[in-house]
Design a protein. Structure first.
Length: 162
């Protein structure tokens, strides 16, 4: 993790902002062990792939949950892109709402810009690693930073409800 006065860059699975971070939470009576499990299960459910959805719930490891999510039958990229941020918000809100220590850390990030410094992800991340000098200048990012944006929305929501 790299923290500056107005930015927080994260990527590793031991950092609370990462979807792979172990953080149990419940949505609609279903337990999830991390944000990745939630989003991959939501993806499979959205496309009606009950078999993959069940496998994702049974899989304890985030990396394998992600791989299972890539096997969803009936996947439609346009439909997924229209829905994925709303779905991610629901799961991330519950992850932080139901885990007081995580919520406190997210709120303590203040008004910092949150960014997933994944060099390989240009959709959910910024497409740059945290050590890259360009990572500190959002105009030079190579990715959309969807995860960071959603986390900032979650932070705003939690702050308003506290």
């Amino acid at each position: 993790m790299r923290i500056t006065e107005n930015m927080l860059l994260f990527w590793r699975s031991h950092e609370i902002y990462c979807n792979w971070y172990p953080s149990g939470f419940v949505v609609d009576g279903q337990h999830f062990n991390c944000g990745e499990q939630w989003i991959m299960h939501a993806k499979a459910s959205l496309f009606g792939d009950r078999e993959i959805a069940a496998k994702i719930l049974a899989e304890p490891h985030a990396r394998r949950q992600k791989l299972l999510g890539r096997q969803v039958r009936g996947f439609d990229a346009a439909h997924w892109n229209a829905c994925c941020e709303k779905l991610a918000f629901v799961g991330l809100l519950e992850k932080f709402r139901q885990n007081p220590a995580l919520k406190a850390e997210l709120l303590a990030s203040g008004e910092r810009l949150l960014a997933e410094a994944s060099p390989d992800d240009r959709i959910w991340g910024i497409g740059l690693e945290e050590a890259d000098p360009r990572a500190l200048d959002s105009t030079q990012w190579q990715g959309e930073n969807r995860l960071g944006k959603i986390l900032m929305q979650v932070r705003t929501n939690l702050r308003a409800s506290s």
